[in-house]
Design a protein around this ligand. Structure first.
Ligand code: GLU
Length: 432
């Protein structure tokens, strides 16, 4: 072990928080681009931080109280945009980090949006469907006009679905006048297609992960055909990424979810595992055409592509040395912490950063928003084609910035995203 490595591990006996990660990622880019001090200050704060506490009647008649968050980081480029997650660990700091990532994600994709994030601090597995409906509706009511179709537009995130978005849209509309009601479908994106949603929004994030991998493979002079991949998270993002990778001839050799990890060097069939998990309370454990392995063996498996598509801080100083992949494609937000990032860079493992790699979701959200606003219906082929173009262009811009500043792709992505925001401030100035 080099001295450098010893230092790195010692420095971080405490795992960094997501907020510390995003702050230092931004700082690194701001230093390189010599960002104006005033802008640095503006982008280091959140415009609005909303906490709501609200009561809900449970199925057994008892009342429980819940806590929800919405952090609106920045709206220099347009309305606040970003998901709502339902998770027991969701707190203000996590919402702040995730909201900040959204600002850079939307800017990098050149969308007319800012960044926001939030959700409710619950483990949704503990509640019935009707309880989740009442929690969602009461949360929407509590947020009131802090969200709105031209102001702040939520979308699905961890543990929230098209159904959740349909409840939000309906509750929001129900509090408005009959005249307004028909014009505000776009208060949320990621709705069910039958409720104004966009064909293909369900698969957009996973599809985008695969588009980034296609561009990465081209850049490295490789082909996805025949490559092996490991996947953490078999939800909306992970499943669709696996689905398209399999189509391109790649082989899924291991999957991890909350229930455990399964491995088969010969390949695991994507659809078959999905059907198994659907009939097994959405758990992959027990799937008998793969062997069950210890969770801590998972990231050390030899593969070409590693896709963390679950939660933040999964690849850290504790397992980054064991990664045996050519590339990490960040399907989740913040899955690789900063220490791990430096270790992986030193080890020459490519990383396609989250704000690029998983931007397919918010790009498709933008299409849905446009579709609703203009009263149009888009077709899936058109959606996927446009999505592919937009992510490919983002990828190119990141490569250009990376060469220009001789820096890693994550920092290059921040530089590209931040300069667009800096331009907006330069042109419009600061009120008053
Ligand atoms: N939750 C997704 C993300 O983290 C999508 C956000 C959106 O569509 O607004 O990017």
């Amino acid at each position: 072990m080099s001295n450098n490595q010893e230092f790195v591990v010692e420095k971080t006996t405490k795992q960094e928080s997501l907020l510390e990660n995003v702050k230092s990622q931004f700082s690194k880019a701001a230093d390189i681009m010599q960002l104006d001090e005033g802008l640095r200050k503006i982008l280091s704060i959140n415009n609005n931080e909303i906490v709501v506490n609200f009561p809900v009647k449970m199925d057994d008649g008892n009342i429980r109280t819940f806590r929800g968050f919405r952090v609106q980081h920045n709206n220099a480029l347009g309305p606040y945009k970003g998901g709502l997650r339902y998770h027991e660990n969701l707190d203000m700091d996590t919402s702040r980090a995730l909201a900040t990532w959204m600002t850079y994600k939307t800017s990098l994709a050149r969308l007319p949006f800012g960044g926001a994030k939030g959700g409710v601090q619950i483990d949704p597995k503990e509640y019935s469907k009707s309880e989740l409906e009442r929690i969602t509706r009461r949360f929407t009511y509590a947020m009131g006009d802090n969200i709105g179709p031209e102001y702040d537009i939520p979308a699905p995130d961890v543990n929230t679905t098209a159904q959740t978005m349909a409840w939000i849209a309906d509750t929001f509309a129900s509090t408005k006048s009959p005249d307004e009601r028909s014009r505000i479908h776009h208060v949320v994106t990621g709705k069910p297609v039958s409720a104004g949603g966009l064909e293909g929004r369900d698969r957009a994030t996973g599809y985008g992960v695969v588009v980034s991998l296609k561009r990465w493979a081209e850049y490295r002079g490789l082909s996805l055909n025949g490559m092996s991949f490991i996947l953490q998270g078999y939800g909306k993002v992970g499943y669709w990424a696996a689905h398209y990778l399999e189509k391109y001839g790649a082989r899924m050799v291991a999957v991890q979810d909350e229930s455990g990890s399964v491995y088969n060097a010969d390949g695991i069939q994507v659809e078959e595992l999905r059907n198994y998990s659907r009939n097994n309370q959405n758990k992959i454990i027990g799937y008998d055409r793969a062997e069950s392995i210890e969770n801590d063996q998972f990231f050390a498996l030899k593969c070409d592509i590693c896709i963390p598509a679950a939660m933040g801080n999964q690849i850290t100083e504790h397992n980054a040395y064991t990664i045996d992949a050519k590339v990490i494609a960040e399907g989740a937000n913040g899955p690789v912490n900063n220490i791990a990032d430096s270790i992986l860079q030193e080890r020459k493992v490519d990383i396609i950063p989250d704000i690029l790699c998983n931007s397919g979701g918010v790009i498709a959200s933008y299409f849905e928003w446009l579709q609703n606003r203009n009263g149009e219906i888009w077709e899936i082929d058109e959606v996927l084609e446009k999505l592919e173009n937009m992510i490919s262009n983002s990828f190119k811009r990141v490569l250009t910035r990376s060469q220009e500043h001789d820096t890693d792709w994550r920092t290059a992505a921040y530089i590209e995203a931040t300069s667009r925001i800096a331009d907006a401030y330069e042109q419009s100035g600061i009120f008053p």
